[in-house]
Design a protein around this ligand. Sequence first.
Ligand code: BES
Ligand code: MN
Ligand code: ZN
Length: 499
Amino acid sequence: MRYDLWTKELAAQAVDCVAIGVYEEGELEGSAAKLDHQARRRMSQLIARGDFSGRAGETLLLLDVPGVRAPRVLLAGLGPRKTASRRSWRRAIGAAIGALARTRVRSTAIAIEPPAGSGLDSYLLARSVTELTAASLYRVNDLKTGKKPKPPALERVLIGPVPAGEAAGARRGLTHGAAIGAALRVHRDLANLPANVCTPGYLGRRAKEIADAHASLRARVLDETDMRRLRMGCLLAVTRGSQQPPRFIVVEHRGGRAGAKPVVLVGKGVTFDTGGISLKDPQAMDEMKFDMSGAASVLAALTLAAELKLPLHVVGLVPACENMPGGRAIKPGDIVTSAAGQTVEILNTDAEGRLILCDALNYARRYEPAAVVDIATLTGACVVALGAHHTGLVANDDALAQELLEAGRRADDRAWQLPLTEEYGEQLKSNFADVANVGGREAGAITAAAFLGRFTEGLAWAHLDIAGTAYLSGTQKGSTGRPVPLLADFLIARAGQLP
Ligand code: BES
Ligand code: MN
Ligand code: ZN
């Protein structure tokens, strides 16, 4: 896909299509009003006749509109003007790209202005449109054997209007948005794979491939022998029931000053979570192939750091294994020793994410990191608390928490902070070991984070629980790529590359 800005006259653009927005009251504003005027009010007449209502998500393709050089004009409904928001605007852009993808249009100018007060400057406007274009054109790498539908013909998108003086910021937005779009694809392609393909070994091979394709990246893949040497007793405990060999993946992007302290991203890579001996309910168990979405986020974020050549040192750590029942599997009540030396009583083998993460978080210490962020589909309790709308955020460092919340707001990939006071840690007391791996039904998302908090003392650490946001269920089943936009913004901001 090629992206650029459209400048000067919209009516004179040499493209296959021009897309404008229409509010529900039929009002045309900004670029749309101007185009309507040049088209001798063709669009407003059509709206007055009641042929297009401007409802959110509605689109209509018009042919050969007088006064417009492009052979097509696409109307995209923005919904009611009064309640217009960044969200309704984004929906209209997504619907417009979706409608164009069903045509043979190869190039389009998009002129759908964000509503006043939405806080989108030209940089964020350009970044959003490129990112939304990539997201709307994404097709899952399915294994259906029937005839594949033709891929969308769209290959060139012009974005505007951009006021004079903001072109440089907008161009930077194009570059960043395209990289976010590419990173989203890395994440979604990996997470959508079935667990019989996407094994820990597969994740390791993909990490190597990604590193080979980028000069700034190095990948190392550790095996079970290495894990034993590193005394990763919790990771080894989870993988015991599985026939698939586990992997511990380390990917490094060297961008910053030599000696700069890195940002370490840690991603949960459970390629399938049956629950182990504490076996899960069969309902929707297939969705546990998405339990490596944290790992996918980390590999995607490293790809983005490399593609944008961010002047930052970023390390990605991925503990990868399966959680299976079996004759050798860990049992409720088993006690194991973590890499940090703490003993852990495993009361529920389905609380495996925190076990593999605690050994990875301990490994992060060797980098003397500036910040550590773990990303994990960690708890059903987080889905109950926040639904599919916000990622759960828990941190031991308030500046880092604010940084991530702010990144989520800018990227429209929001997180919501939950408290981490000492009471929650008290729920994890064990009669037989230093700590238990579960803390009862109450505040499950927070007690899971409190478990991780025992292994991140002295580090600036934040935890993102993406159990509700990483993928959709039902007829829309599939990876969303979240929280790649949040992580991308976080890294871009840390690298000082926001305008
Ligand atoms: N991978 C699951 C969490 C999960 C649940 C993700 C639903 C997405 C949707 C995790 O390993 C898990 O099983 N957590 C348990 C913890 C419990 C045993 C304390 C849970 O949430 O039920
Ligand atoms: Mn589990
Ligand atoms: Zn899990």
